[in-house]
Every structure is written in structure tokens, then in C-alpha cells.
Design a protein around this ligand. Structure first.
Ligand SMILES: [Zn+2]
Length: 189
């Protein structure tokens, strides 16, 4: 329906006429909505419906609306369900799962809402001790903040990176990243 409107061929065009215009022998192209939902793993209302095709940086789904024109998949999911959105407004995830296209998990907000939402979620993780993205909050971290401070102190006092690495469950390369501030940068404040 959206594509029909964009082509300037209203959805109210009588069906037989449309068939005549496009030619009965030509197979009708699937609508953008049909193409879109075919790439979404739909489940129950409470489940996340992940996008199964290509994603962009950051993990958001990418839907090719027309040749050369992609839009974020979750944005299309919202528009296909609720209708057009004003420019400048964002479609945000309640579930914090970027590939998710379940309209029940999406809401409209401003850029500021998006940033507030991110801050609130990060605070929530930090409070609950669930894996976030920073240092120890990262579930894969092998070091504690305390050890990182020790490593930096020992290096500042002149000890070599490989000598320091012997005392910790990380290699010399990681120690190098830590002392140069490429890893655990947030502790340098
Ligand atoms: Zn979801």
C-alpha cells in the first residue's frame, strides 16, 4: 500500500483496472510489506521478532525499500503498522534488542528520548550488576578495576609489560592496551 501511494497510484485504483495497467501476464510484484515481513522472524506479541536479513553498523536491520534506498528495519515495522512518522522522530526499542521488529516493542521518541533511554538502561545494568559494556560490567572481563589500577601503577613505576602480564590472566598485548589507555579507558578519568 505504501509503495502504491508513492507511485502516485492510489490504493483506491480498482483492482481490475490495475491488473489491466500492469498486464495480466506480468506477475504482480510482492508489496514492500510482504517483502519486509518475510524477513522478520515473527513470534508471539511478547517475544522479540528479529530481522533475519542484512544489518547495518550497530546491529539494526536494514530494509531495501527501493533500489538504492534502505531504511532501518524497525522503523519500517513501525510505519507499516501505525503509519507515517514525522521527520526528526526516532523509533526506539523498549526491549533494547536492535534487530527486533516487533511493533509492540517499539515506541516513538526524539533523539533526546533515545539518549535518556540509553542512560537509564545503562544505570539499570550498573545497579543490577548485569553485563553492560564497561570494564567489569562486561561479562567477559578477565580483570577487576582494582587489578587494572595495579597494572597501570606497576607500569608507571617502570616494570615491563611482559613481567606484569605474568601476574594476571591476560597477555602482554592486553597489558599494553591497558597502559596505553586503549582498554579500560573509563578508569583513566
Ligand atoms: Zn523486541
Amino acid at each position: 500500500m505504501i509503495l502504491d501511494i508513492m507511485r502516485g497510484r492510489g490504493a483506491d485504483t480498482p483492482r481490475p483496472l490495475r491488473r489491466l495497467v500492469e498486464g495480466a501476464s506480468v506477475k504482480r510484484k510482492p508489496t514492500p510489506e510482504a517483502r519486509f515481513w518475510a524477513k522478520v522472524a515473527r513470534g508471539s506479541e511478547t517475544e522479540c521478532w528479529p530481522w533475519t536479513a542484512s544489518t547495518a553498523g550497530g546491529g539494526y536491520g536494514q530494509f531495501g525499500l527501493r533500489a538504492g534506498s534502505c531504511i532501518p528495519a524497525h522503523r519500517f515495522a513501525w510505519v507499516a503498522t501505525h503509519g507515517p512518522i514525522l521527520d526528526g522522530l526516532w523509533v526506539l526499542h523498549r526491549c533494547d534488542n536492535r534487530p527486533c521488529c516487533n511493533p509492540a516493542h517499539l515506541f516513538i521518541g526524539t533523539r533526546q528520548d533515545n539518549m535518556d533511554d540509553m542512560v537509564a538502561k545503562r544505570r539499570h545494568w550498573a545497579h543490577r550488576g548485569l553485563p553492560g559494556n564497561l570494564g567489569e560490567q562486561n561479562g567477559r572481563a578477565k580483570l577487576t578495576a582494582e587489578q587494572v589500577r595495579e597494572i597501570r601503577k606497576r607500569h608507571a613505576d617502570g616494570e615491563s609489560q611482559s613481567s606484569i602480564a605474568r601476574d594476571y590472566p591476560v597477555g602482554r598485548i592486553k597489558v599494553g592496551q591497558i597502559v596505553r589507555g586503549e582498554a579500560w579507558r573509563h578508569l583513566l578519568a
